[in-house]
Design a binder for this molecule. Structure first.
Ligand SMILES: Cc1cc2nc3c(=O)[nH]c(=O)nc-3n(C[C@H](O)[C@H](O)[C@H](O)COP(=O)(O)OP(=O)(O)OC[C@H]3O[C@@H](n4cnc5c(N)ncnc54)[C@H](O)[C@@H]3O)c2cc1C
Length: 372
């Protein structure tokens, strides 16, 4: 075998897996089609360290988010990654939302999130004097991270552990052999070549269903539908009116968690993401400036100081959804595929939010799926 382990995709999840496994396994390759890490979803998200409030009990999303949050805070502190445990408010702006909030808190507590506090109007004003809310949940353990620094550290540690990172190489084919797999790569010059690998870890984000299909695992329930999320920036000086993350109550079936307000480590404040299901899976990161009005009216409910001119188009990301429009909530799909006749092939599909938060816990989980 040329390689013991091949990891496909150098986003936050692939890098976290590479860091962990390269400490233990020799001959590890992390293969990425772009010229560097984090060129897709991992650099187009809210950079929030989620507390684990919304997910279904005992789901991987719930368990890995909680464990991942703890691991990520420890990792940031130990590795000097910029982060802030700034906290978050989920705000209710009418009677109906006030009742939803109670249910959210109960769900979170069942999941093991035990630090949420319900705040009344005067307590909210003391924390965030410029927002409007009748009642809110305060989540003190929600935070933000500089995801670029995080991924850079994961990359450095992988290399220091002796792992190989192959940028500019796209996986174009995977064939099962007696003991493992042959991986076909196409490099930046269009040259193709193959090598053998005992274990394959498919962490290809938006393309993970396609990569799984290359090996021969065709499963309609794992087909990814792109769901775009656009952001608008809150222009200075009003960005300084917010010091925590402010979220509305979430949408039905968690297709998104509502247009929220996030801060980043550079002091920027953005609104978003919204949810647009894309008819075809194209990489379209444009932000439609005509959406300003709908962003404005969603956020105006809890940001009374907002004027339409305070918002400028910022950026977009794409969720790798296996939950199709209107379907109930789906969990992360993380499986070693021996049952389907593909031993040593580990699929990670539908790693949408809270994938960044969960990345270190996902890496641990994946380690547990590999027999040595
Ligand atoms: C709008 C939005 C907001 C979000 N907000 C948050 C948040 O606040 N907190 C949070 O925890 N999570 C959030 N997420 C989720 C989080 O961003 C993702 O779960 C995480 O980034 C997924 O990382 P990944 O490594 O699996 O995928 P990616 O970052 O997409 O990486 C996959 C990599 O695989 C590579 N690849 C694909 N096909 C091939 C191939 N054939 N050969 C070689 N390489 C290939 C790609 O080039 C890419 O670099 C958000 C997501 C979105 C879209």
């Amino acid at each position: 075998m040329d390689a013991e382990i091949t990891i496909i995709g150098a986003g936050a999840v692939g890098l976290a897996i590479a860091e962990r496994l390269s400490a233990e396994f020799a001959n590890l390759y992390l293969v990425e089609r772009h010229g560097t890490f984090g060129q897709e979803t991992s650099s187009r998200n809210s950079e929030v360290i989620h507390a684990g409030i919304y997910y279904t009990r005992n789901s991987l999303k719930s368990r890995l988010c909680l464990e991942g949050k703890r691991l990520l805070y420890e990792y940031c502190a130990a590795n000097k990654i910029p982060f802030s445990r700034c906290g978050k408010l989920i705000v209710a702006t009418d009677e109906h939302e006030m009742s939803v909030i109670e249910g959210l808190k109960e769900n979170a507590e069942v999941n093991g999130v035990d630090d949420l506090v319900i705040l009344e109007r005067d307590e909210i004003s003391a924390m965030e004097p410029d927002i409007f809310a009748l009642r809110a949940i305060h989540s003190p353990s929600t935070g933000i991270i500089d995801s670029h620094s995080y991924m850079k550290r994961l990359e450095t540690n992988t290399l220091n552990n002796g792992g190989a990172i192959v940028y500019g190489s796209e996986v174009t084919g995977i064939r099962r052999t007696g003991e493992g797999y042959v991986v076909m790569l196409r490099d930046a010059d269009g040259k193709t070549f193959g090598y053998s690998s005992k274990v394959i870890i498919n962490s290809a984000g938006l393309m993970s269903d396609k990569v799984s299909g290359m090996a021969g695992i065709e499963d309609e329930s794992l087909r990814i539908v792109f769901s775009k999320g656009e952001y608008f920036r809150l222009n200075p000086p009003k960005n300084r009116l917010i010091s925590r993350l402010i979220y509305p109550v979430p949408l039905h079936n968690l297709e998104g968690i509502g247009i929220h307000v996030t801060r980043d480590m550079g002091g920027g404040v953005k609104l978003g993401p919204d949810v647009t299901w894309m008819a075809s899976n194209v990489y379209d990161y444009t932000v439609d400036p005509r959406k300003r009005d709908s962003f404005f009216s969603s956020a105006k409910k809890f940001l009374p100081f907002l004027e339409p001119g305070d918002l400028s188009p910022e950026m977009a990301g794409i969720r790798p959804k296996i939950q199709k429009p209107g379907e109930p909530l789906r969990d992360f799909y993380i499986r070693e595929e021996s049952d389907r006749g593909f031993p040593g092939f580990i699929n990670l599909i539908g790693i949408e939010s809270p994938g960044l938060t969960s990345s270190l816990a996902i890496a641990r989980y994946v380690r547990g799926l590999i027999s040595k």
